[in-house]
Design a protein. Structure first.
Ligand code: G3I
Length: 354
């Protein structure tokens, strides 16, 4: 089975319900299908026809991996380079797929000139102009924006909720509000998301990060600044356990504030697992299953997006190389685009349960 096509996903639900009833087993609570998607990298998209085919066949949602970042759009201060982003957006629209935009404000992947901004006025002017231009261009095309990415401090200290980025240094904590306010003004229909990582495991640092996300949502809401979701990147470390209770209550607490979650960059970092590939794939699938079960028990996510589709291409290879130089296996398809156990777990959430 090469991963469910979009049409299959929806017809599968009926079969499952019948099986559950025939078995007399207590029917598991029903659950609506959750759109599945992947990040797409332009160089690979242009070079590998199997990559394009898999994106078209398997995804309800597409997110340009790098082409909507400042580094790609603004390598020249005077103009915007939409070449890569336009190509991926057109591909998705042609295939009736939803689009996520990543990311309007991030402290990394900035062009050299942006790293040299020197005043509050300059930073606010450039940030506002950037968001106005990019969001306006894709109005009605990109439904969801990661308005801010990785703004929460990695290991938060009291009174220092946000990461030490050029935006925080020049604009203070208000950089988050400026970004959301501007995006909402330009496209009032767009779904606006705060995207970040490390919400999945146990520990005081992670608990503090969840608290800052909740406080940020509450503050924006109190100020009447639109925010609709929190993106949980979910780069999962296979050697670490999922804090299921923590994840469930985080998602539920966000729900009480009127925002929902989406899984935005799911993959599994297996650099510390024994080399056996079948065992690694089983471990990765069960970790993803444990994580997604915790999320959905807190609230229905808007989408589940993996940070790529096939083990052939992933940032994990360079960033988390294995000591035994065996290749990492972070994604739902193996190097030859064959579905792994992780894909079957994702299919279950995509199908839903009636
Ligand atoms: O496009 C240029 C190319 O013209 C140039 O020849 C080449 C060599 O320098 O670099 C290319 O740009 C690279 C880009 O990926 C496209 O391949 C950048 O150097 C490289 O830094 C960039 O890496 C991306 C990284 O974010 C930084 O933007 C990774 O592919 C991408 O997987 C990674 O994704 C991030 C999410 O955005 C946020 N969360 C964590 C995640 C993993 O780090």
């Amino acid at each position: 089975m090469t991963g469910l096509s979009r049409r299959d996903a929806l017809t599968g639900a009926a079969g499952l319900a019948a099986a559950a009833l025939a078995g007399g087993a207590a029917a598991a609570p029903s659950r609506a299908p959750i759109p599945y998607g992947s990040a797409a990298q332009i160089q690979t998209f242009r070079a590998d026809p199997r990559y394009r085919d898999a994106l078209k066949r398997l995804c309800d949602v597409i997110v340009p991996m790098n082409d909507l970042k400042w580094e790609a759009l603004r390598h020249d201060r005077a103009r915007f380079d939409f070449s890569g982003a336009d190509e991926l957006v057109d591909f998705a629209l042609k295939n009736g797929q939803a689009l996520r935009g990543h990311a309007l404000l991030w402290g990394m992947a900035l062009p050299p000139w942006a790293k040299e901004m020197a005043s509050r006025a300059e930073a606010e002017r450039e940030l506002t102009r950037h968001i106005e231009t990019v969001v306006d261009r894709y109005k009605g095309k990109i439904a969801t924006w990661d308005v801010v990415n990785e703004v929460i401090a990695f290991d938060p200290k009291p009174g220092e909720p946000y990461r030490d980025t050029i935006w925080q240094r020049l604009l203070g904590p208000g950089h988050v509000e400026i970004a959301f306010r501007t995006a909402a003004r330009v496209d009032p229909q767009a779904r606006l998301v705060l995207n970040d990582f490390n919400f999945e495991e146990a520990g005081p640092g992670v608990a503090a990060r969840r608290k800052i996300a909740l406080e940020t949502v509450r503050r924006l809401k109190d100020k009447g600044i639109p925010i609709h979701g929190v993106g949980m990147q979910a780069h999962l470390y296979a050697e670490n356990a999922i804090d299921s209770d923590g994840v469930r209550s985080f998602v539920a607490d966000l729900g009480k504030l009127g925002v929902d979650v989406e899984i935005t960059e799911l993959d599994v970092i297996d650099w510390k697992l024994p080399a056996d590939t079948a065992a690694r794939d089983r471990t990765a699938a069960s970790l993803v299953s444990t994580y997604l079960e915790a999320v959905v028990s807190g609230g229905q996510p808007k989408a589940i997006v993996t940070w790529g589709l096939t083990d052939r291409y992933s940032w994990v290879h360079d960033t988390f190389p294995r000591k035994d130089s065996a290749k990492a296996r972070p994604l739902p398809l193996d190097e030859d685009y064959r579905p792994k156990p992780m894909m079957r777990v994702l299919d279950q959430y995509r199908r839903g349960r009636s």
